[in-house]
Write a protein that binds this ligand. Structure first.
Ligand code: FBP
Length: 552
């Protein structure tokens, strides 16, 4: 039996489509630079913090002479944070451009995420290794990690690693936090005259690293298509058996882009959008009531089944729970030793309840014990609660069930509420990248090389026009400082890339809001099916609904 599946073998030989300009010889691709740029906010503070890299111009690749193309280079690459389909292709695009420019050049991988550059855990990426990972999902070629690369000591160690291997450029493949750290590292290297450039690539299935220039982060396309296939399967099942309500929590730490895109693809009966909950200042009770209304209305028409999509980050967007979580984050950071000294789980709950403000203590006490414990779980390296571990879908099922029981007692509900909980996250993060992600990522890696070969640093690789076919995409780079503002982190003002939440006046949300009442009652499920890798272009090369609507 072959070691690889037929699809895996076929995918190894898939040739990603590049924008036309990138198909030329590297020596014939020049960089065209625009005007100086400004950050999205807090210009003075950011100018002060990034004196060497602030305000750089936007870069575009055009036909022309690239005098430094053939220089022998040694580059290093980091995969940072949660897996996203297409990461291997970013590395493949970088590798191929580097070798095409000069076969003597070398690409190193820093193993296990940012800790690889700090701890000198490095491997050379050879042809053989690269070929075994082309167009595949996962980050297993070099591994990923969530170490925050931000202290002076870590920068010194990173410099020592680069010097030891002769590395003159570092590519950081990551989300908003990792690219923020990349920007700080770029500035630090430049201030030290280290001669090492740093370029980022926009990664995250969450879709929240986007703005005027970054039209989408890679991985979002594949992950939402994978989840939508599964949701479509569940919708078929729900509509066949007609006896269950399915509550499906969808990954996406903070923003609801994944939930919104999946709703547009599958037309469920309910899809909660966290940003709307916050905007309307909805309490947990309001959210529950909005679900109960749909369940009861469907029951009144004899439909005791349905599908509800719940975004992973919802809990933090419900104002009273968000305030509780913010207090807990602070408390557990500032009094970590006191918390650790509590011997039992009940001691921990009691201690926390005493330390919290009156309002937050009330909210904490009103939550089921299981949720309380999940809220006290370890924080991530950025000090945030790990929302993927909080079983919001189960919390909602429990509270909706209680509310329906009380309506039943009053004679206002006569249906049956049998609900099942699902959580889709890890099912999609390492899927084979869709053609879109395979092409997009390859182009991002390729462009990252071109930015470095032009000596640019503190940039993020980008491709524009993504709703068009790949040959019409416009490749280039955007200075990272342009996407930054100052935000409060761990009690201090810090420079960070602004996270993109779902815009309630944006076309994707408006398209959803215009149809959700109909979807609630009409069982208008759509079944997107599996991602197609081979076949007609209108089936295999479609971008997300979000991109199509935003670009319409
Ligand atoms: P990134 O922002 O690092 O891309 O992470 C995305 C994500 O998949 C979130 O949707 C999720 O909350 C988180 O990672 C889970 O991370 P982990 O598996 O490390 O707990």
């Amino acid at each position: 039996m072959s070691e690889y599946s037929p699809l895996q073998k076929a995918r190894y030989t898939y040739e990603p489509k590049l924008p036309t300009v990138l198909n030329d010889e590297i020596a014939s691709i020049a960089v065209s630079l625009g005007e100086a740029t400004e950050s999205v906010a807090d210009q003075d503070a950011l100018k002060g913090l990034f004196p060497h890299t602030y305000g750089a111009p936007i870069a575009r690749f055009v036909k022309g002479e690239n005098a430094n193309a053939g220089t022998v280079r040694k580059l290093g690459v980091i995969l940072s944070g949660g897996q996203a389909p297409g990461g291997h292709n970013v590395i493949a695009g970088l590798f191929d451009a580097l070798k095409k420019a000069n076969p003597q050049s070398v690409l190193y991988g820093f193993k296990g995420g940012p800790s690889g550059i700090i701890d000198d855990d490095v491997m050379e990426i050879t042809d053989e290794i690269m070929d075994a990972y082309r167009n595949t999902g996962g980050f297993d070629i070099i591994g990923s990690g969530r170490t925050k690369l931000e202290t002076e000591e870590q920068f010194e160690k990173s410099l020592a690693t680069c010097r030891k291997h002769g590395i003159d450029g570092v590519v950081v493949i990551g989300g908003d936090d990792s690219n923020t750290n990349g920007a700080v590292l770029a500035e630090w290297f430049k201030a030290k005259n280290a001669g090492i450039t740093v370029v980022g690539c926009p990664k995250t299935i969450d879709g929240d690293l986007k703005n005027e220039h970054i039209e989408t982060s890679f991985g979002f396309d594949t992950a939402t298509k994978t989840y939508s296939e599964l949701i479509g399967n569940i919708e078929k099942d729900a509509n066949s058996a007609k006896k269950y309500w399915h509550f499906i929590k969808l990954m996406g730490r903070s923003a609801s882009h994944i939930g919104l895109e999946c709703a547009l693809q599958t037309q469920p009966n309910i899809a909660i959008i966290s940003e709307e909950v916050k905007e309307k200042n909805m309490s947990l009770e309001d959210v529950v009531n909005s679900i109960v209304d749909v369940v009861a209305a469907r029951a009144a028409k004899g439909m005791d089944f349905g599908v509800a999509l719940i975004p992973e980050g919802l809990i933090e967007f419900i104002p009273e729970v968000g305030a509780l979580i913010a207090e807990l984050n602070d408390l557990l950071a500032k009094k970590a030793d006191d918390f650790a000294a509590q011997k039992t789980v009940d001691d921990q709950r009691e201690w926390v309840n005493k330390e919290l403000s009156k309002d937050s203590s009330y909210v904490f006490s009103s939550l089921p014990r299981g949720i309380q414990m999940q809220l006290l779980d370890d924080r991530d390296p950025h000090g945030n609660v790990q929302v993927s571990r909080i079983e919001t879908e189960k919390l909602l099922i429990e509270v909706v069930g209680e509310k329906l029981d009380s309506l039943r007692r009053k004679g206002e509900y006569a249906g049956k509420f049998n609900a099942l909980a699902h959580f889709f996250g890890y099912e999609g993060r390492c899927a084979f990248p869709s053609n879109f992600d395979a092409d997009y990522c390859y182009g991002l890696g390729f462009s990252a090389f071109l930015l470095m070969s032009a000596g640019l640093t503190g940039y993020i690789s980008n491709l524009a026009n993504l709703h068009k076919s790949a040959n019409q995409w416009v490749p280039g780079g955007v200075p990272l400082t342009m996407m930054m503002n100052m935000e409060q982190r761990h009690g201090e003002q810090k420079p960070v890339i602004r996270k993109a939440l779902v815009e309630l006046d944006g076309a994707p949300f408006k398209a959803f809001a215009a149809q959700r009442d109909k979807w609630a009652m009409e069982t208008a499920y759509t079944f997107p099916g599996a991602i197609q890798y081979y076949g007609p272009s209108e089936v295999c090369d479609q971008p997300t609904e979000t991109l199509k609507l935003e670009k319409a």
